[in-house]
Design a protein around this ligand. Structure first.
Ligand SMILES: Cc1ncc(COP(=O)(O)O)c(C=O)c1O
Length: 393
């Protein structure tokens, strides 16, 4: 039995995933496989470092020291061959916060910001909440069940709407693509041609399945780094989302200054002490744990794929190359969000993310989070199979 098999009680721990069903319009008692955190405890070196900080008992202000920055840069150099300078890192309390700061720093009210739907819903929110225009170049689901960029449309949207900012999701949540270097290069060349800054959200970069290779966008060409705001965080990889720390890498000093100025306006200054402690321990000593975790989650993906094929063939898995958030095509059995709720919530007792949250392109799809013990996933799938059987009768 793997450590990841242990089912840990998360109810009554102030967990967003488990403790706020009623507040979010859901019945109690569902199996929650929605928001993107994992049902696994963080790696031991992280828990030990946090315990030491807690037992010290003084929780004053902090700021990252040189060893923090070195640990972060070494992680990306070692794992992805991308070396950046420590002075280029700006810490923020999260990636969504950073996306919002980028939108505010690099565009004005009424400007268009490009996204590729279906996409993680805060991409839409940070644009519309800041009174910018959403310019969407939808991803195309090809006949082989793989999402692709429509490069002609992508460029047309930039030109016709005078777009100066693109929010790239790489790997892409929820469709699970790990973009190839060639795809990223094409997108980056188009953006560079039209003076469009690329904000590359690479929060899921550490989750790739065998055969997929993540390429960091700014590593592709010298010019790309100068035109990019790279968003990284240890939060998905090591299950630290509640500690609120991200590392944003901006090697272009003009962009970095504008980004920092926008942050200053919010009144935010230093990161939290637990965030700094955990990030350093995770990148410094969490690598082996992460590799084991990835292979466990790959096992979950195999279970999901086999189960659907054998027991619920009406539901099609969109084969992911990365991320633990899996996109399920249920169009054969559900026609809209109300239909889906009846099946998923009321009959199967599951809490997933409805596809329409990611844009109208997601109608008939559901996103399921498989970063849970295998027994939980199996129970969820059994529930779903039983529900589908009575739903389609
Ligand atoms: C693509 C992507 N970006 C950002 C986030 C959230 O980042 P944060 O919690 O640091 O704001 C998520 C969480 O699911 C995500 O999938």
């Amino acid at each position: 039995m793997s450590d990841f098999d242990r089912v840990l009680e998360r109810r009554n721990t102030d967990s967003l995933k488990y403790d706020f069903a009623a507040a979010r319009g859901m019945p109690e008692g569902l199996i929650p496989l929605w928001v993107a955190d994992m049902d696994f405890s963080a790696p031991e070196p992280v828990r030990e470092a946090l315990s030491r900080a807690v037992s010290h008992g003084i929780f004053g202000y902090t700021m990252p020291r040189a060893d923090y920055y070195d640990t972060v840069t070494e992680w990306f150099a070692r794992r992805y061959g991308y070396a950046f300078r420590r002075e280029h890192i700006v810490t923020t309390p999260g990636i969504v916060f950073a996306l919002a700061m980028a939108v505010r720093a690099f565009t004005g009210e009424g400007d268009g910001v490009l996204i590729q739907r279906p996409v993680y819903y805060p991409f839409t929110e940070v644009i519309s909440d800041n009174k910018r225009r959403i310019i969407n170049s939808p991803l195309i689901l090809n006949a082989a069940g793989r999402y692709e960029t429509d490069f002609d449309d992508f460029e047309r949207q930039i030109v016709e709407n005078d777009v100066r900012l693109f929010l790239l999701c790489s790997p892409h949540n929820p469709i699970g693509r790990v973009w190839s270097a060639a795809e990223l290069e094409r997108v980056g060349d188009i953006c560079a041609r039209h003076g469009c800054v690329v904000v590359s959200d690479e929060i899921h970069c550490d989750f790739t399945y065998p055969g997929a290779k993540h390429t960091m966008f700014p590593s592709i060409k010298e010019g790309f780094a100068k035109n990019c705001v790279l968003c990284t965080a240890p939060s998905k990889s090591f299950n630290l989302a509640g500690l609120q720390i991200s590392n944003i890498v901006i090697s272009n000093s003009t962009l970095r200054r504008a980004f920092k100025a926008e942050i200053a306006k919010t009144g935010y200054s230093q990161p939290s002490l637990p965030g700094v402690v955990a990030c350093k321990a995770a990148y410094g000593s969490g690598g082996a744990w992460l590799d084991e975790l990835k292979s466990y989650i790959h096992g979950n993906l195999n279970l999901l794929r086999d189960f659907l094929r054998e027991r619920i063939p009406q539901i099609k898995l969109i084969e992911p190359e990365g991320t633990y958030l899996i996109w399920l095509d249920m169009r054969e059995i559900v026609k809209n969000a109300a239909d889906a709720r009846r099946l998923i919530v009321e009959k199967a007792g599951l809490w997933l993310d409805d596809g329409t949250m990611f844009g109208s392109e997601g109608e008939g799809f559901q996103r399921i989070n498989i970063a849970c013990p295998r027994s939980v996933l199996r129970e969820a799938l059994e529930n779903l199979a039983a529900a589908v059987n009575c739903f389609i009768k």
